[in-house]
Design a protein around this ligand. Sequence first.
Ligand code: UD1
Ligand code: UDP
Length: 365
Amino acid sequence: MKKITLIFGTRPEAIKMCPLVSEARSRGDFDVKVCITGQHRQMLDQVLDVFDIRPDHDLSIMQMGQTLFDIQQRVMDGLKELFEKERPDIALVHGDTTTSFAAALTAFYLGIPVGHVEAGLRTYNIRSPFPEEFNRQAVDSISDFLFAPTGVSRDNLLRENKNADRIYVTGNTVIDALKTTVRPDYSHPHLDWASDSRLVLLTAHRRENLGEKMRGMFSAIRRVVDENPDIKVIYPVHLNPLVRDSAAQELAGCDRIRLIEPLDVLAFHNFMAASYMVLTDSGGIQEEAPSLGKPVLVLRDTTERPEGVAAGTLKLVGTDPGDIYREFSELLRNQEKYNAMSRAVNPYGDGFASKRIVDILEREL
Ligand code: UD1
Ligand code: UDP
């Protein structure tokens, strides 16, 4: 029986890997092991609880205020020992976090084949997002299986001369997750509070924006909220203390803004489904919003999700406070623009990405 080990450590990786764990386990012809690094703690555990996945190994590496060095070293030390003992036939990693890069590199050093789920996303700006653009390029360069979510990501890999026989277009597993979470009868007290207004859902956490830049982004948002009495904002604040400080400084004390704890993924997807629009610097949310038909203003200078921009759902507004103020105000005011951005489209797949990936592994391993 072939041994598959899936390694992940943060909230978004977990949301996108749990459907794959369930699919691989359902086949019965693999020995499937889940190793979480614990790069995130509470935000990771929330996802595991929703999908009812119990990991076989937990490296528990998270430290408050951890640096990239801390994460890289602790993941590699922990995984070296585990991989040497278990020698999986393939290590599956996801996306672009430091967990993914450190896990892929450890497997590569030990001669264990690597499969990269969500391969081929690119901004081609190595410092944006930082360090994610480096991580995904590096993981792709040492992977034996490249599971590209879309034709765009496949083409990026082909342009880089990756082996065409090892690139598979599968869709994104985030859509598999989304299919199981959104419910028409979902209710929540925060949604009741917002039901008399247009609900704006906000998230922000990018490492390169921490500090002054993020405070500037939040102050622009606060200005728009103050000027538009018919909107309410819900912001489930990332647990990074630097993010929480900026949010508290710029967004607290307004009765139409709720700063709340991170939501579990089932709640978050349903909040998104109930929202009027989304403001975010997140990667995963840019993939979910198109299929829910929710306009997103992307608070970043670059995006590796051009499919959502082409579909009309996403607009890249950057991080300059003046630009954010202008674009956010305009979208609230301009119904035509809003309607054009709020059509449901599905560039990221049909909800069967995990099935395709496991079919490929059954055939090729
Ligand atoms: C990480 C990923 C980023 C991904 C993001 C998803 C890297 C370098 N960054 O960034 O690509 O977009 O996750 O959210 O891999 N914390 C907690 N509890 C938690 C999670 C975080 O307390 O459950 C706090 C800790 O103080 C931690 C800090 O948040 O030090 C930052 O976490 P970290 O994983 O280093 O970076 P993220 O910004 O979350
Ligand atoms: N998400 C969540 N709870 C929240 C905010 C986001 O479950 O309070 C989900 C969201 O639906 C998406 C994922 O977390 O699937 C995105 O994670 P994040 O923005 O932390 O990371 P990124 O995608 O930018 O790497």
